[in-house]
Design a protein around this ligand. Structure first.
Ligand code: ISE
Length: 342
């Protein structure tokens, strides 16, 4: 790959995440610039492009990818639009950072992965940004030292202030627990083999009909259990916590005790209100790592296999939610392109 000194990136989708990535690439990231923005709502793309030097707005992703200014693609459109954008990038051999989910279901994720395998080299990094969060990175490193012994269980809590109006009960799994699915696979180095979903009575703070919260249990092929409380209308803040219980000790992240104040007989701190705030450092490091690797002609980070595995586990999770039981995960064979390790 013969790439320019400064990587020209096309950002596809200028909604909440896309606009945040445009700001990040424009103001925080080194070695890259936003060369193009794409949105089916062309007016929205034009409004974003107007704030960035040398950036062109497009209504069509393929047209943007054909531009000589574009060396790489960041996909931040809705999940349903990812497959088409990824295949268009593959056709032009352009490296892609694709926001999660890779695609919304296992069959389409498998198609994307197989298309990449047919190219014979990786092009996609999936945007599982928690792998770049300082606390998760420390937890992974600690588990890797073996000091705590073998991990037996992970307890995860994932809380959002409020869900968007289009959120459905299965999206608590496919859109939110998808992160814990990836984190469990990555931290433990195991594949997830089965999923059980239990629901308490729904919170009165949840929109009518939404099963919120849910309690999800992931079983791994290495004999570990990972449980997830997902509560997307908790009302008070954005919280992501994880505790690893190992044979000789435990380790926990996400308590958010950065700044503790004591005043008027009380102590306390603040709770972030959404993921762009809680994971700002992770997003910055993720995009910088992608830009650096792309400029070196490499593809690193979570792969299309990771995106596919997460989609397959989430699909089993939705079956478990619908049947109120336990659903086994059926995974395709892992292609050699993605190495042997989870
Ligand atoms: C959202 O799409 C995300 O990816 C957030 O990280 C997650 O906390 C939220 O539940 C999802 O809806």
């Amino acid at each position: 790959m013969n790439r320019r000194e400064t990587l020209g990136i096309a950002v596809i989708g200028t909604g909440r995440m896309g606009a945040d990535h445009v700001r990040r690439i424009d103001r925080v990231i080194s070695g890259a610039r936003v060369a193009a923005v794409v949105d089916i709502d062309r007016g929205r793309a034009e409004a974003v492009a107007a704030g960035v030097d040398g950036c062109t707005a497009y209504g069509d992703a393929d047209e943007a990818m054909a531009s000589a200014d574009v060396d790489a693609v960041l996909v931040a459109s809705s999940g349903a639009a990812h497959e088409e954008a990824l295949l268009a990038a593959f056709a032009r051999d352009l490296p892609v950072l694709c926001e999660k989910p890779l695609t919304p279901d296992a069959a389409s994720a498998l198609r994307v992965m197989e298309a990449e395998v047919a190219l014979g080299h990786r092009l996609v990094q999936v945007g599982f940004m928690r792998r770049y969060d300082t606390e998760y990175v420390r937890l992974k490193a600690l588990l890797g030292t073996g000091q705590l012994g073998r991990p037996l269980m992970l307890h995860n809590r994932h809380r959002n202030v409020a869900s968007p109006p289009f959120f459905t009960s299965s999206m608590l799994i496919t859109d939110s627990v998808a992160h814990e699915v990836d984190v469990t696979r990555w931290l433990l180095g195991h594949e997830i083999s089965a999923v059980t979903v239990l629901c308490p009575s729904s919170s009165s703070g949840a929109p009518g009909g939404l099963r919120d919260p849910q309690f999800v249990v992931l079983e791994t092929d290495g004999g570990a259990l990972s449980d997830v409380e997902i509560f997307v209308n908790c009302g008070f803040g954005y919280q992501v916590q994880a505790e690893a219980v190992c044979e000789r000790g435990t380790a926990r992240i996400g308590d958010g005790h950065e700044l503790v104040t004591n005043m008027a007989g009380r102590w306390g701190g603040t709770i972030p209100q959404d993921w762009t705030e809680r994971f700002a450092q992770a997003y910055d490091d993720e995009v910088q790592a992608w830009v650096d690797a792309t400029r070196r002609g490499e593809v690193t980070g979570p792969s299309a296999w990771d995106g596919y595995a997460a989609a397959a586990v989430c699909e089993a999770g939705v079956r478990a939610l619908e049947t109120g039981g336990r659903a086994e995960v059926a995974l395709a064979e892992r292609p050699g392109l993605y190495g042997a390790e989870v």
